[in-house]
Design a protein. Structure first.
Length: 341
């Protein structure tokens, strides 16, 4: 494995001069010398020691990313956008998973501080507790959050209220007036906003809000299945259900089929996120699309600007888009007659 000393010897220059070239130092090196050094680097396949470079530049060239659930495709796509953006800026990504546990969130922030990550991206969940808020305040100048949080850091958000409103309006347009809702974790501000959008759209359209048609889930297919079975087993059940993410919507469809109901003939189902599997599900899932990859890229760019001392917009908001597929349809005449009886 070649060293910086080997490069200096082949290029017939000092080690300090090689260091200036490979670390993109502001020190001037004439073009002829720079060319000789780069040629030697290529010939010897020399790879600068990242730790040594970090000590020289006073940067670790790493970005910490904190997410609540590494198994959720929603966060996987966001992280993919972050990593692609990080590579373009010369950063490596260190991923931390919290499982939405407060003590793990604090620990993750501490780990990234100990590892001297240059910046931190916090995604998902509600930031609660004095310890977490205190830890984040200490890195305010090098942190960006995804979602709605009560911190001073720059943020990238999604119009979750508008997305849920779109979904309900789509169902109402198909003749549905009885619409159920499956929530996610109570600590998630995104879920809170989606619920507000759901309930607000019902009120604006004059549709009834029925508390028994709203059930708690945890963003997994199993929780969607269980919540849907409870709703669909009621004497008076909704003709459509909006789930707070696609994974729970998959569970809703499975629950409907297990009870002998057809989707969308007997029950229309809408998800949220538009994860890749949604279009291949049976039936293909109607869902509210979130530009997850673009959210990740934009967040990383915002953090890179912050770390470079450039002007950073305090908030960037992404709109959602309803993708209508085969899991939603018009309310059946049979159900209409039953509702009138």
């Amino acid at each position: 494995m070649s060293t910086i000393r080997d490069v200096a010897k082949r290029a017939r220059v000092s080690i300090a001069t090689v260091s200036r070239v490979v670390s993109s130092s502001s020190h001037k090196v004439n073009d002829e010398t720079r060319s000789k050094i780069l040629k030697a680097v290529k010939q010897l396949d020399y790879r600068p020691n990242a730790l040594a470079q970090g000590l020289i530049m006073k940067k670790s060239m790493t970005i910490g990313v904190i997410i609540p659930d590494i198994s959720n495709p929603y966060y996987a796509e966001i992280v993919r956008g972050i990593q692609d953006g990080a590579e373009q800026c010369g950063y490596a990504v260190v991923l931390q998973n919290t499982d939405r546990k407060r003590e793990r969130i604090s620990k993750c922030i501490q780990v990234l501080r100990d590892k001297q990550a240059d910046g931190v991206i916090f995604s998902g969940g509600r930031i609660q507790g004095d310890e977490i808020l205190s830890s984040l305040k200490e890195i305010t100048g090098r942190a960006v959050v995804i979602g709605r949080h009560e911190v001073e850091s720059p943020a990238v958000r999604v119009d979750n209220v508008g997305g849920a409103t779109q979904a309900v309006q789509h169902l109402i347009g198909l003749g549905h007036e009885q619409i159920g809702f499956i929530r996610g974790p109570k600590t998630s501000t995104s879920i809170i906003d989606r619920f507000h959008g759901y309930r607000g759209a019902l009120e604006q359209s004059g549709c009834r809000y029925e508390k028994n048609w709203v059930k708690q889930g945890n963003l997994t297919p199993g929780s969607g299945y269980q919540a849907a079975k409870e709703i669909l087993s009621l004497k008076i059940r909704p003709t459509a259900i909006l789930a707070c993410n696609d994974l729970m919507a998959f569970g809703v469809v499975h629950a409907a089929k297990s009870l002998g109901l057809k989707v969308p003939e007997d029950l229309s189902v809408i998800g949220f996120d538009n994860i890749p599997l949604s279009s291949y599900f049976d039936p293909p899932l109607t869902t509210v699309e979130i530009p997850m990859y673009r959210v990740g890229m934009a967040t990383m760019q915002m953090l890179a600007d912050l770390l470079s001392g450039r002007n950073v917009e305090h908030l960037r908001l992404f709109k959602t888009n309803l993708i209508a597929r085969e899991s939603t349809g018009k309310r059946s005449m049979k159900r209409k007659m039953l509702d009138l009886m």
